[in-house]
Each structure stands twice: as structure tokens, then as C-alpha cells.
Write a protein that binds this ligand. Sequence first.
Ligand code: LLP
Length: 426
Amino acid sequence: PSGVARGRDGGLSVAGVPVAQLAAEHGTPAYVLDEADLRARCRAFVAGFRGMDVYYAGKALLCKAVVRVVAEEGLRLDVCTGGELAVALAAGMPPERIGFHGNNKSVAELSRALDAGVGRIILDSFTEIDRLTVLARERGVRQPVMIRVTVGVEAHTHEYIATGHEDQKFGFSLADGSAQAAAERVLDDGVLQLIGLHSHIGSQIFDTAGFEVSARRVLGLHAELAKHTGAELAELDLGGGFGIAYTSQDDPASPVELGAGITGIVEQECAARGLAVPRLSVEPGRAIIGPAVFTLYEVGTVKPVDGLRTYVSVDGGMSDNLRTALYGAAYSATLASRASSAGPMLTRIVGKHCEAGDVVVQDEFLPADTRPGDLVAVPGTGAYCRSLAHNYNHVPRPPVVAVADGRSRVIVRRESEDDLMALDVG
Ligand code: LLP
């Protein structure tokens, strides 16, 4: 994050607080959030996407303090389960600024969303249209909804996080006519209020070409629907997925470039089709929170293996960062507690779990004198690390520590063994 600097003693500090102090006060591993950096990213998106609504995709990292920050900075919130909705409401996010996603929302979840008065529900199946229509009719509520459209775009990202192509579980297919049929069902029925179409092509995408194709295709349906009803839909959401730099090889576009690019594409396409430009919205998660957080670990063992590389074991692992194991994600790491003039040593940073795939950083050069007791920082862990964290081997999940103006505070406390045992009621 932008608040990280190396102090005179060679150790890293964030927002004026040395990492050694953070480790002493809060223990390791810990997710360390640079609050000013998070706010700056929110502001960059609000400025870069001026005139559009920016929904923070809470699945990336959701807790009350983060919801309050994004709300204060003028963002809205995308949630995709009843649990996420509960956190949003507990944090005081105004319900009309919440969008509710998900491919299998239950009756209970939809009821809760209707009763809370969420701003929009993004519909994902015919079953859901029928389910929500019944619930809204019972309540006499004209709920604003969007239709999630599968646009048939192959996003160049990992298979597990690509969602625009046809053969996956999300949305209504554009190609086979389901998307149009879904929109017409909602429009003709008139119980729900169709405010617009939605498309999300995937995550960790660098290439704006995918957004271009998706905007063109979804606006094609937007135009068809205008013919059907004689009125144009007011809104269009192009989803999230903006990539961030995990290593020095990644070169993401800035929010200003993205905002200008997306607006340009939509304006051009609307002009060509003689349509009014709908109100646009986007749903960045990773790009808002990812770079604002690093994970602080303590080194436990250092084991050279047969001239190949050195395995550096830290006190967390795949339970606090599943992304390396699940997606083959690339991360970097740095010696955080001190400077070293030792030469580089090829390492693999691994965790403490009973599994050989328990890797945090696949390949990294650390100083050759890296030793037990050193602190190591892995940057870019704000998105989908705490939220995918789990308890394999009964390892409690780390805290989230927010740092601002020379002070740190725990915003999500460390899980304890008692927390885990409390569920074990046998
Ligand atoms: N909108 C929708 C409808 C989504 O499904 C997602 C992510 C987003 C927005 C936010 O995408 P972002 O801007 O954060 O890329 N666990 C995976 C990522 C799964 C993303 C799921 N949906 C990972 O760790 O890479």
C-alpha cells in the first residue's frame, strides 16, 4: 500500500507504525490494512467513474469497518448472500445503496432483502424471477431488479473466476435468447421493476477488450427491449473484475483510464444505435481493497532443499491465503522487519498446514540470511484472502488490523481456539 515505507532501521512501517510494533501488539499472521490507501482507491474510482455508481463488491473483504469506509467515500455495496447483507446492514449501509447478487438466493434471503428495502436485486434464473415475483406481490413492493446477462465473452483469466462465457452457472444466456425472455417476463408481468441489464465477465482482467465486447452485446439486448416496450431501460451495469498488480509483471490500468474507456465504449455504441446513454454502474472488489492490505507473517523455519531452493515456513499459509493453491495465483514477498545486505536466495514461502500444496508464494528471492523470527510481508492480500480464509488443521483465522495516522486498531479480531471449539458441541 501507499503508506508503506522503510524506516531508518531498515524495517517497514505502514502509516507511521513499524511492522515490528504491529507484530508485537497484534501477533502474526495478521492482515494489515492501510486505511488511507483504501480511501484513496475509493476516491480514485469515484473520480475515474464520475457520473456512474460504483458498487464495492463486498465478497473481496467484508467487515463493518470496511463497509463504513466505502460508504463514507460515496460507494455503494454489492452483496451476494444473506450473510453479506447482514454485515452491510449492521454497518449502517443505507439499504437503497445495496445491490444483491447470487445465483441461488433462497426465499429467506430474498425476503430479507425485500424487507430491508435493498436498492436492486440482480436476477440470475427463471426460478428466481418466479420466486421473487411471488414474494414482492405478497408484500405489495415494486422491487427494482436487473437481469444478469451472460454475454459469451472469454475473459483471459483463471477458469474458476471467468464468468462471461456460456458454459458456467451465472446469468441468462444472450446467445440462446434466455436473457431476452427473462427481461420480457419481468416487463410483461409488471410486478418487479426492471431497471437495467447487468454483465460481469470475470475477475483479475487487464484487457479492456472484454468489457468492450460485453458492453456492445448487452446494449444490443437493451436496444431490442426498447423495441419491445417502447421505453429504454434506465441503467446498465458492467460488473467488476479490474485487475491489480500482484507482482512487478502486472500492469493494471488506472481507474481514470478504465472509467474513460468504459464510458467511451458505451457512448459510442449508444450513439450508433440511437439510444440514450443509460446510467452506468460498475462493481470493483479486488481493485478497491486488494492493494490496500498486506499479510504480515513470522518466519518459523528455513530449510534449504538439495540445491533447488529454500523453503521458508511462515506461521500461516493456505488457511489465510488460499489463492495460491486454488488459482495458482502469483504473489511476492519481502523481508519486512529489517534490512539485509545478504545476496538473494530463491525461496518458496510455505505455511504450517499438513499439505504439500500449502504454498503462499511460489517463487521469491529473499535475502540469504533470512532466519526464524524475521517478519515477512506479502502485499496485495486485501481481496479474497480473509474472505476465503478457513480453518484447515484448526488454525484460527488472523485478525484484520487497520492502520491510520500512526495508530493501529483491530477491526476483525483474531479467531481463538475457543472460537473454534465453541462450535464443537458433540
Ligand atoms: N460483480 C460480480 C457480479 C462478481 O461476481 C464479482 C466477483 C465482482 C463484481 C467483483 O470482482 P472483482 O472486481 O473483485 O474482480 N475468489 C476469486 C474471485 C472471485 C470473484 C467472484 N465475483 C479470487 O480470489 O480471485
